[in-house]
Design a protein around this ligand. Sequence first.
Ligand code: C2E
Ligand code: MG
Ligand code: MG
Length: 748
Amino acid sequence: MLTEVQRQLDRLGLSADSPPSVEEWRAFLAALDTSSPPTETLASWHHQAVENSPGPLFVMNREGRVRGGNLAFLTLFGRGSPGRHYESLCPPAEAARLTELITRVFEGEVLEGISVEFHLPDGTPRFMLAHLYPSRGGDGRIDGCILACTDVTERHRKAEALEERYRSYETILNAVPAPLAVFDRQQRYLFCNPSAIANDEIRAWVIGRDDFEYCAHRGFSPTLAQKRREQFEAAVRQRGPIFWEEHFTLPDGSVRHMLRCLNPVFSAGGELDLAIGYGLDITDRKQALEELAGLNRELETVNRRLRHDALHDALTGLPNRTLLRDRLEQALTRVRETTGPSFAVLFLDTDRFKMINDSLGHPAGDALLVALAGRLQAELRPTDTVSRLGGDEFTLLLEPLEEASYAREVAERIGAALRQPFVVQGHELLVSASIGLVLGDPGYESATAVLRDADIAMYRAKARGGAGYQEFTPEMRERAVGRISLERDLRRAVRQRELRVLYQPIVALNSRRMVGFEALVRWQHPVQGLLPPSAFIELAEETGLILDLDRWVLREACAQMLAWRRPGEVPLGLCVNFSGRHFAAPDVYSSLAQVLDELGFEPRALKLELTEGVLLQHSQTIGETLARIRELGVGLSIDDFGTGYSSLGYLQSYPVDTLKIDRSFINRMLGSEESAELVRTIITMAKNLRLRVVAEGIEFPAQLERLRALGCDYVQGYLLSRPLSAADVPAYLNRERAARPGELLQPG
Ligand code: C2E
Ligand code: MG
Ligand code: MG
């Protein structure tokens, strides 16, 4: 029989471990063949099943006293327990709860799976899972409450231990100073530490909720929750940890940046169990990085500025020498490597820029340079480069260059553009420039070589009077090379007395009386011998050495003239050539006066010869300087008259007293009536202006006769005397004295 009960129990899946529910009992009973066995047998089966059930089972009456229990119950609670009140079987708090439950059972309720804590007679606690259901008497009325229990003490202990362990883990996780949260498979919060959510209330509230609810609660953007959901799904998909960065704004307005990691945890069966999320606050690092990026940007700007400044001219903003050199090198490389178009370089130097700077001041000079740069740029194509090399020098790189004629055209166009006056600080300024032109050639070894040749050509243009361009030829280079050593030598010559003065007599045409000398400089070069002015005057002009040279000639000649003079004799006249550059220098008057004063030379006996160019500058300062020199008593003579652009008219506005007709007219006057006519006109007009006229370069007696007929006052030339060395002058003077006794004593 017992085995039959056991078999039925097994068939219904009921184990002796868990107490059968009412329904299970019913099913159990129905399953038994109730028709055949007699009631007593059935009762006996009942009895045995209950008696042998391993779970304690007992029945209480309405008063709560134990009416009876099965073997398991009696074994646990003692044979004497029937008759005892159930309150004595459990702790007081549990008893109170049980009272309420038992009441409900007496009202007909069936309660399943209720946890109840009992204590055994010796006080040890026992945890039971109990089903409570009513027992009915023969009349069907409830006369008792059955408690069928399963002893789950062991399970309970395990759960408690587990909970304890969980709590200690929780304590640890709560102490972790990084945000940490555990999510279930629906991404709902299972756990979250205070670093993740500091507020205790919210931290408790969030458990069981997901991020959408949490973000809404905190006022964070739903996109943040959306992003986290996507990362969650991605982590699950890839079955491994996923990292991402996120940021959000806190209620106080501050922005937090987080590095997040979500690590899904899978069960042994491969199912997603939970996911652990943790984060790292990278706000400070992010800020530091941003600051660094800002600093980098600033550095980059400064670097760009520095790079720009290093390659551009501060005043005009044009590329500077370095950048030009670089572009020129590139152009050279292209020309060498391809047979394509070439390039050209124009080297431009403003004429008389120093004068503008000196007279109007540097700010005006600067403004002029800026305006000039603008005009140069306007004449070029976008591929060409204008650069400023410093001072008043500009270089134009024309590239590509299909035709050499384009470079010449540009040079001319610039000349024309500069002819329009510049208006600077209310002054109308006329500017011209000397331009050297070099055509690109694969033979050039470097940019330096190209610039050197352009510079040489520019100097040629300047030497030819400026205001124009000169194309470079190799012959110029040879000259220039010679020029450099000549310049060095000339500096030494002025210092080391290698200069000599020759004296060429000037004679009154009518009386044939010698009235004075023109001082003409020579250079006793240690290697090249005696050099005429044509070999070095131009160079002295360009380098400024002419100022020292002229002053030396003046002092030397004056001293000589005084040395040759005999007591009582009328002072002979002395003509000294003076470069136009003196008259731009502010101290010309005082240094002249000083020399005369020191030597005791009569200003009246001195005449300065200047060329027309000086007067052509139309400068007010030059006019004033000339007037002061004239007031001192020193005469002023216009040399080489007729070779410049001068008209006789403008001589009126300057305090000039003598005019020297250039040798070339005297030369031609015998052969050409036109030249003779010109000489006649010059003499007539000079007379009208009360100027004395000197004709130079007289070589033939016929010239002398012709000039006498035209009324010329004085003559000078090889016919009368070649320039004499200082050593030869005393003898010449003696001859003069002998030929015309007493005449030198007569005032002229
Ligand atoms: P210049 O002032 O017109 O001087 C006259 C030049 O004509 C001198 O040449 C002289 O030797 C030359 N000459 C005189 N009579 C005749 C002649 O009958 N036939 C020919 N063929 N030539 C004659 P030089 O001495 O070679 O001087 C050339 C120029 O150099 C001068 O022309 C003057 O402009 C300049 N120069 C000479 N000495 C000085 C100086 O100390 N300072 C400055 N700044 N220039 C000077
Ligand atoms: Mg002269
Ligand atoms: Mg002359």
